[in-house]
Every structure is written in C-alpha cells, then in structure tokens.
Design a protein around this ligand. Structure first.
Ligand code: ADP
Ligand code: MG
Length: 704
C-alpha cells in the first residue's frame, strides 16, 4: 500500500515527456504537482471518432462531428487579414462550408490533389450556413491502413499560457497516455467490494482509466458515474461524520425549560397567529437547545416568511434559562429595524434590549458593555460591532445571525469564542438554497425550513416593462400613491464607489421629480455613500409615509419591513442577479394590499438576462428562483457559496446531479446508522478515505 501511494505521489516532472520546464507550467497553470494530480485532471469531454455523421444530422451546439464526403469547390475570399479559403464540402445529404484562415496555399494544393475526405471539426452557423473552420482532414482511402488510434479522444482544458508553452489539449493527452500504464495497478479502491458491487459501480481503477481513454461509450458513462459518486458520496459521508462529531463532542448550554417570558409573550403579546411552519421550527429549536449539545441550525425561509419572530422566541427561551442572547444583522438599517421592532415587542416583558453598531457613541457604548458584563442586558442587537473583542457577555447563550451569507466564516468564529461553552447558533437566511446545495454546503448543520407564508398575503404581481413604457409606469405609480401606497425604486450598484451608478440614481431622481413634483409628493433618496444618520433619517421619513417614493441603491436589499409599500420598481433589472431580484421583490407584499414588482429593462437583453427576468415574472417562489439560478449560473455563483471553495468538484455538477446528491446522502446516512464510527471491518476503506478528507482541510465546519 505504501509503495502504491509513492508512485502516485511522484512529482510530475519525472513523467516521460514532462521535465522541469513543463512541470512548472503544469503546476502553475493547473495545480498539477504529482502523478496523482495528473490522473485526476479529467478531460472535459471526448471526441467520438468512431461515428460518421451525415451533414443533414448536424445540430446547433452538437459539438464535434466527423463527416465523409467530397470537396465540390473552393475560393479565396476577403482581403488581407480577412483573407480566407472557403471550400464546399458535400455528402449525399447536404453541404457545409470549410474555412481556413491560415495555411491557405497548402490547403489549396491539397484540394487540387484530392477531393474525397473524412473531415473532423466543430460546425457552427455563419450567415445561415453550416461552417467548419480548420477541420482535420483525412483521406478515407488511407484511413483503413492507419486507423485513427483511439476512438474517443480526450479533450483537456488548457490555458493560453500553457498553450504557448506547447501544453495544449493534445499534449496533455499524450501525458495521460504515458501515465496510465504506470499507475493503473496501484490505484487503491476506496469502496468496500460488496458495497460497490451491490451498487453496480465500476472500480476506481477502471473508472480513472476510462475517464481518460474510454474503451467504449458505455464504459465512459460508467466511469463518469463512478467518479461523480466518489466525490459526492465521500463528501456526504464526511459532512455527516462531522455533524456527528459536533453533536457528540461539543457540549452546549442546556436550556431545560420554556418559562414565563416565552409563555406570556406567546399568550398575551403575539400580534398574530403563528403559521404551522413557524410552530414546527420553534419546536425544532426547543428540542435542540434543550439537548445539552450545541445547536448549529440554519433557518431557511423565503422573504417575508416570518423568521424574525422565530429569532425572538428563541431569545426568550434563552432568557427563560437566565442566558443572554445577541442578534447580528449585516447592515445598520436592518439591525436598527430589528432593534426597534423587538424592543417594542418585548417592552411589556421588562427585558433590557440594547443596540450596538459602529456609530454607537462612546458613552453609550461603555454603558452597554457594562450591562453585558454584569448581565443586565438581555438581548443585544446590532451589526458587525457585536463581534469586536471588547464586547464581553456575562453568559451568552444564543447567537442569531440574520442574512447569513454576508458574514464570513471568521466573523462567525469570533462570536463563537465569546464564551467557554459555545453559544447556540441560529443562522437565518432568506436566500433559499436548493436542496442539493444545502445538503452539500450545510450538510453538517441542521436545517429548518419555513415553507409557508403567513395567511392573507396576496402573491406579488411581477411585470417586465421596457424603457418605452416609462409613462405607463409613472401612471401606475401615481394611482398607487393616490390610494395611499408607497413605492420603492431601486437602481443597480455595481460598486459603491462608482460614480456612474450614482449618476444613474441622480438622473432617475430628476425624472421622478418632474413626474411627481413636490410638495404634493415626497421623494426620498438613500444610497451607500450617505452617512448612517442621513440614511436612517430618509428611511424613517419613508417608514412614516412622509415620503411616498424612495429611490435607492441596493442598500434596502435585505430585511426592511415597510408594509405600506406596495410597488417595487427595479431599474436596469437585467443587471441584477436572480436572487437579488427576488430579495428586492420581497420588500413589498408585506401588508394586506396587493403588491407589484416592476422590472424595468432596455429592449436588447442577453438571453441569460431575459431568462432571469422571465423567471421572476413566472414565479414568486424563492426555492424555484434558487433552482433557476442554479441552472443558469451553476452552483459556484450562487450567493453565499463563492468563498466556500466547497463546490470545487472535479466532475460532479450540483445543478445536474441532484438525484445523485440525494442518493449518496441517503447511502451515507444508512451506513452511519449501522456503523456510526465506521469501525466495522467491512467499512475500513470508507474510514480510511473519510479520515483523509477530514484531516486534509481546515476544519471550518465547527465554526459555522
Ligand atoms: P423575514 O422572514 O423576511 O425576515 P419577517 O420576519 O420580517 O420576514 O416578517 C415579515 C412580516 O410578516 C413582518 O411584518 C412580521 O411581523 C409578519 N409576520 C410574521 N409572522 C407572521 C404570521 N404568522 N402572521 C402574520 N404576519 C406575520
Ligand atoms: Mg428578515
């Protein structure tokens, strides 16, 4: 075994055809240091050279094809740099243009000698005709003597820099061809044999060979399946084991009772009936915090689903057990709003709630610090300021983090260290994460979902309008305002510092002011460059309906709750991501009145931009939106996942392999139920591989 590993760990420099110079390129460009790294550098696709297509079978985006036919004509067209050779190539079913920009004379010469060819390349449509640039050309008569060496040619991702150093896809293919015979017999199997056979999976060794040089298409797809399985299954097994370690080893404050604070609030001060989903989640939390182990729970719920009240109930349970709690929000505005709402709600209970942010004055800050240390402050609400080192609690029992994706892992870690026994953690997010992603990213957390909106909410009506319809938009806004409602207008902000964005906002303001002249109408403006007090002032004016239209950059994105606002206008909507659009839409539809979201865009849109806007018009469901987003952008771009690095799969694709994710997760659960620590002899291989995975990376999970 040790010997086997050594070969795989051999520096790639020593592979035939590499040497020190290429080794450096492989390292720098692809992170390939060892034989093993190269072995796991998978081709992104294969070219099937075994099949000859008909011209009439060519479809758009169908990839590379091989055709057999004859050249029926050729002309040099264009001048100087645009000069090219165009030849017509036909089989019995149709014809296609072949195009060369380089080596024209050579090709012309070739075409005068022969007319019959097997050609190979990637067809595209140009001026309504099928077109293939720089095809590979083979004489069909010589082909039988020198058959194409491999049926499936692997194509590897490469970079311009690597190509300049002669490491194009073909060169990499040569290297892997040298590599496989050297390593194929030392590739250790990671799955127990009976388990693997039961699932009908190919061995790892066979899969790794076939992923580069498949013997046939069936084996290629088996290899792909096995390698995807490998990535997903072990990830799930690892996450579940980490979760197990968390719950087994990490002690937590036991909130043994639900007492007077919780009960009297529930009985006497709750302004509405909880939804069933809210009740269920509160129960889940109660069970967690009563267990004696630390709670690590992610609460997912669409915008407006009522997460804040759950946070409050959780904090009341903490108080019932003589613990302090804190709640952290990503922006000052949002934190202020939570503070105002919650302090009002708990006023009758006599709790001391304080607010802390970067702009809290020194004297006040000192007072709060004191109250936290002597236990007078029950609930602290605020921004990042909460995690500063001089904020010390007497007995912090619960931390609520709202809109989780904005906080980095390190920031959460800081909160964690604020007490000897770690506080319970409730992370709330309004960015619904598709199930597959959640299982993967937060596989070691417990997840609660509020999948129900409070009763009486009318679904928001979403419309997409073009710039030409602006008068119609203003007319609509005017009618809504006449009915006493209010309007948000949001402008995209690419970078807070970019002047151009503020100019957009400025221009927008002038147009709106002309259409809605003061003093009849009040218009407010909020943007990221304003001082906190000024923002606050403007927000308050809007909250009190002193202004009817609020123009803003995306500072209002999260959390703001103004039930009387019924119209959300999003300018240049095509410039926003889907989840951001959905977040913004969630700012309306919070009261009893019918609400609207109007997406303004120019007429020309990229096809992806159009798909995003159509998705918004077609559904109000945050989970559906998240799924769209996953399909459109792939998992790496979903908000909140970028920095995690957890989704850097080599071959699995969360947007396509949803079923495999659930399947592997269930298998992992099954195995751990039977053998929690993987101590059974038949699970030895699993244990070996999982321990490798757990120890090979920073243990970020304990700080989530
Ligand atoms: P989010 O989940 O987006 O944070 P909030 O907690 O801000 O949502 O709740 C949105 C609005 O719905 C608030 O005004 C809140 O008071 C109200 N709300 C929450 N739960 C209920 C409920 N069960 N019935 C009626 N209104 C509710
Ligand atoms: Mg919220």
């Amino acid at each position: 075994m040790a010997v086997h590993c050594d070969i795989l760990q051999t520096p790639v420099e020593f592979l035939k055809g590499v040497g020190p110079k290429r080794a450096e390129v492989l390292q720098k460009e692809f992170g390939i240091f060892t034989f093993k790294d190269l072995l796991y550098y998978f081709p992104y696709r294969h070219i099937d050279k075994s099949h000859i297509y008909n011209v009439s079978d060519i479809v758009e985006d169908g990839g590379y094809v091989q055709l057999k036919g004859r050249i029926t004509g050729a002309q040099v067209v264009g001048q100087q740099r645009a000069k090219r050779l165009v030849a017509q190539f036909s089989d019995t079913t149709g014809s296609i243009d072949l195009v060369w920009f380089n080596g024209i004379a050579w090709v012309q010469d070739l075409l005068t000698k022969k007319q019959e060819f097997i050609i190979f390349g990637k067809p595209t449509i140009f001026n309504g005709r099928w077109n293939m640039t720089h095809p590979e050309m083979v004489d069909p008569n010589t082909q039988s003597d020198s058959p194409v060496p491999m049926r499936f040619m692997p194509l590897y991702n490469t970079s311009d820099k690597a190509k300049r150093k002669t490491l194009d896809s073909k060169a990499i293919a040569k290297l892997t061809a040298h590599l496989l015979p050297l390593v194929r017999d030392v590739i250790p199997e990671t799955l127990p044999d009976t388990f693997r056979q039961r699932l009908g999976l190919m061995s790892l060794k066979e899969a790794l060979c076939n992923i580069h040089y498949p013997e046939d298409s069936q084996r290629l797809s088996h290899a792909v399946l096995r390698l995807k399985f490998e990535e997903l299954f072990f990830l799930q097994l690892k996450m579940l084991m980490l979760k197990q370690i968390n719950t087994q080893r990490i002690p937590g404050h036991r909130f043994s009772k639900v007492g007077d604070y919780f009960n009297s609030f529930y009985r006497d001060h709750l302004p509405f009936e909880l939804t069933n989903a809210q009740k269920r989640v509160i129960k889940e939390i109660r069970t967690d915090v009563g267990s004696g182990h630390q709670m690590n729970r992610l609460l997912q719920g669409d915008v407006g689903s009522g997460k804040t009240i759950i946070a409050l109930f959780s904090m009341l349970i903490a108080k019932d057990n003589q613990f302090q709690s804190c709640m952290m929000a990503p922006t000052e505005i949002l934190a202020t709003q939570h503070y105002e709402k919650i302090s009002k709600q708990v006023a009758p209970l006599g709790l001391r709630v304080e607010f802390l942010s970067g702009s809290t004055k020194t004297a006040k800050r000192r007072q709060i610090h004191e109250g936290l240390q002597n236990g007078d402050v029950d609930i602290l609400i605020g921004t990042h300021a909460l995690i500063e080192d001089d904020v010390v609690f007497k007995n912090l029992g619960l931390v609520v983090i709202d809109e989780q994706h904005r906080f980095g892992v390190e920031q959460r870690a800081k909160l964690w260290r604020k007490s000897a026994i770690p506080p319970h953690i409730l992370v709330m997010t309004a960015t619904p994460i598709p199930r597959t992603l959640a299982m993967t990213l937060y596989g070691d957390l417990d997840i609660s979902v509020i999948d129900e909106l409070p009763q009486g909410r009318k679904p928001i009506i979403t419309k997409h309008l073009y710039e030409e319809n602006r008068l119609q938009l203003f007319g609509f806004m005017q009618r809504q305002i006449e009915q006493g409602r209010q309007v948000f207008m949001v402008y995209p902000l690419i970078k807070e510092s970019e002047k151009a964005d503020l100019l957009d906002l400025q221009a927008g303001y002038e147009a709106v002011e002309r259409a809605f002249p003061p003093p009849k109408y009040g218009i407010g403006v909020v943007h990221g460059k304003m001082k906190a007090e000024d923002k606050e002032f403007e927000m308050q004016r809007f909250a009190k309906n002193q202004t009817q239209i609020l123009l803003s950059t995306t500072v209002i994105e999260v959390g703001i709750d103004i039930p009387n606002a019924t119209v959300m206008v999003i300018e240049n909507a095509e410039r926003f991501g889907l989840s951001q659009l959905h977040q913004l839409r969630g700012r309306v539809g919070r009261g009893g009145n019918q609400s609207y979201c109007i997406l303004m865009s120019k007429y020309e849109l990229t096809s992806e931009g159009r798909k995003r806007l159509n998705a918004m018009v077609s559904t109000n469901d945050g989970f559906e939106i998240a799924n769209f987003d996953l399909q459109l952008r792939g998992p790496g771009d979903i908000q909140g996942t970028q920095q995690s690095g957890m989704l850097d799969f080599r071959i699995a694709d969360l947007s396509k392999d949803e079923k495999l994710v659930s399947y592997t997760r269930n298998l992992a659960i099954e195995i751990l139920e039977d053998d929690p620590n993987l101590d059974k002899p038949e699970n030895l291989r699993l244990k070996t591989k999982v321990s490798e995975l757990i120890h090979s990376e920073v243990n970020w999970s304990v700080i989530s």
